[in-house]
Ligand binder design. Structure first.
Ligand code: COA
Length: 199
């Protein structure tokens, strides 16, 4: 059975994962949601106005009342700067499987933060929530996303042809997954601390 824990505060070596807040709107618009370099790799394109970001954050923050909502902002421990987001979604109670999505602001790419955040959430899902399998897909023109999945132990399971359509162009996606048992058998040292009390 899945042990839902909501989105507790998670600490890694360099990051804090925490709940998003409405007053993150300006920052999120500036470093993530308005930046086509980040958003072109996601299903929905960049936000044109701050009000789109405010609407999105309203949608996100009101879901924290449910302990089934697992969405975090990614914050640099040293500076307190918010640099991205990560979430577990499509949590299926029949299979106990879910998907993971993430984004890091362009200025912080290629410094290992995406890998560190993904590893934290994978560990949290398997060790604390008892999730059975985590999957994710990425457009084949976005190899960095596939790279971080491989770095946390996810396996490439195949290509889904024409999975998404952006600007009227279909794109193939790579699909990746990792099973709880595979992760636990890797016997990795724990990467995360949970900073608030969870049951
Ligand atoms: C995907 C993303 C989260 C990666 O975050 P990040 O913090 O840059 O990731 P890391 O620094 O931990 O690792 C990136 C890896 O990709 C590699 N990489 C970067 N660009 C690459 C490219 N064009 N081809 C192949 N590998 C590439 C880097 O070398 C690094 O691997 P290494 O550590 O072995 O050298 C970030 O690029 C992003 O937010 N992109 C836009 C949003 C997005 O794509 N979200 C996922 C949708 S599926």
């Amino acid at each position: 059975m899945i042990n839902y824990k909501g989105a507790p505060m998670i600490e890694t070596k360099r990051l804090i994962l925490r709940k998003m807040e409405m007053n993150d709107a300006n920052r999120m618009f500036d470093v993530i949601f308005s930046d086509h370099r980040v958003m072109d790799n996601l299903i929905k394109g960049p936000h044109k106005t701050i009000s789109e970001t405010i609407n999105r954050l309203t949608e996100i923050t009101k879901q924290y009342v449910s302990d089934k909502f697992c969405y975090w902002g990614i914050v640099l421990k040293e500076s307190g700067e918010l640099i991205g987001t990560i979430d577990l979604y499509n949590i299926n109670e029949d299979t106990e499987n879910c998907e993971v999505g993430y984004d890091i602001g362009f200025n912080w790419w290629n410094q290992g933060y995406g890998t560190e955040a993904l590893h934290a959430v994978v560990e949290f899902a398997f060790r604390f929530m008892n999730i059975h399998k985590i999957s994710a897909t990425h457009g084949i023109d976005n190899p960095a996303s596939g790279k971080i999945m491989l770095k946390v132990g996810m396996k490439r399971e195949g290509i889904i042809r024409d999975m998404i359509r952006k600007n009227n162009q279909y794109k193939d996606c790579g699909i990746y997954g990792i099973l709880q048992q595979e992760y636990l058998e890797m016997n990795l040292p724990n990467q995360i601390s949970i900073l608030n009390k969870i049951e």
